[in-house]
Design a protein around this ligand. Structure first.
Ligand code: ZN
Length: 305
């Protein structure tokens, strides 16, 4: 009989949970907008684990979360106002817990199930949502680094000349320039300055696809700049890792792919180092599947330890 795992994918925009088995099959899916307070995250996880404990026999919990997750279960800088937050300790779950960054979880899932890249490929997965994160796969395995926080591509410094800061205070890092949060701030600023006055309540990221479809020049310029910065980040990754492909996920990529990926490709072409760029093959539940793989690895490690 297949084992099952109670899994979570907690991003800056959406909170997802479900039960997944050894073959990556999902059930009991629940999804809602991410709460903004760490205490609420703790409450939701605790409640959902309790309600799924009977479905998953002898369960292990897997949590993929937006933010830097240390191997000791501490979230150094999470999306939901988690700074040095001891999430594993606060949860006090009665079951074993595997926890990792959500982009790393997605990378793990693609490394196992991607139609072309599963096996022993070298690739990097980049998520561009409210924040920007990454997961590095070397020879088919997740590269965690010294403390488990490798692959933080969002905090690569791209342009220190820009007056933009991420939530960690870095000037001109990729997250400060090209994340959903950065783009959203720029949209709001432009609206306050008198653009898009037909939007009475202000302009958000959700309005961006519509503006682009309508051929709005200002929106196109924003996407061109954002794509250029992401392209510079991807170029840096290519120089260091020499991956065969870059896989993207996250709202900005899935919703705006046709508009933004040509600008990323342009940067690579400029350096004559074009490699395939693609969207995540497993869809929106990729983080849950990855959290399940991390939980499965924990079970196997325990069995052999
Ligand atoms: Zn940063």
């Amino acid at each position: 009989m297949s084992n099952s795992y109670i899994v979570f994918d907690i991003g800056g925009m959406r909170f997802r949970s479900g039960v997944v088995d050894d073959e990556g099959r999902l059930s009991n899916l629940v999804t809602f907008d991410s709460p903004t307070h760490p205490d609420e995250i703790v409450e939701h996880i605790t409640r959902i684990v309790e309600s799924n404990a009977l479905v998953a026999l002898d369960p292990i919990v897997g949590i993929a979360i937006g933010g830097m997750v240390q191997t000791n279960g501490k979230v150094i800088a999470g999306r939901m106002n988690m700074f040095d937050f001891p999430l594993a300790e606060r949860l006090q779950l009665p079951y074993p817990l595997a926890m990792l960054n959500e982009a790393q979880a997605a990378a793990l899932a693609e490394a196992k199930y991607h139609p072309r890249l599963a096996g022993n490929a070298n690739f990097v997965l980049m998520t561009v949502s409210a924040g920007i994160g990454g997961g590095v796969i070397i020879d088919g395995a997740l590269y965690g680094g010294q403390r488990g926080i490798a692959g933080e591509v969002g905090h690569m410094i791209i342009d220190r000349g820009q007056n933009a800061y991420c939530r960690l205070g870095h000037r001109g890092c990729l997250d400060a320039l090209a994340s959903g949060r950065a783009l959203s701030n720029r949209l709001q600023k432009l609206w306050r300055e008198g653009h898009w006055t037909h939007y009475a309540q202000g302009v958000t990221l959700r309005d961006l696809p519509g503006l682009l479809v309508a051929g709005d020049g200002m929106a196109q310029q924003l996407i061109k700049e954002t794509g250029g910065w992401i392209g510079t980040g991807v170029m840096n990754i290519i120089r260091v890792i020499d991956p065969c492909e870059i896989i993207f996920k996250g709202y900005l990529m899935t919703e705006l792919w046709d508009y933004i990926h040509p600008y990323i490709a342009d940067v690579l072409d400029g350096y004559k180092r074009r490699i395939p760029l693609s969207l995540c093959s497993l869809g929106e539940n990729v983080g849950l599947i990855g959290a399940g793989i991390a939980a499965q690895e924990l079970r196997m490690a325990a069995a052999h330890g």
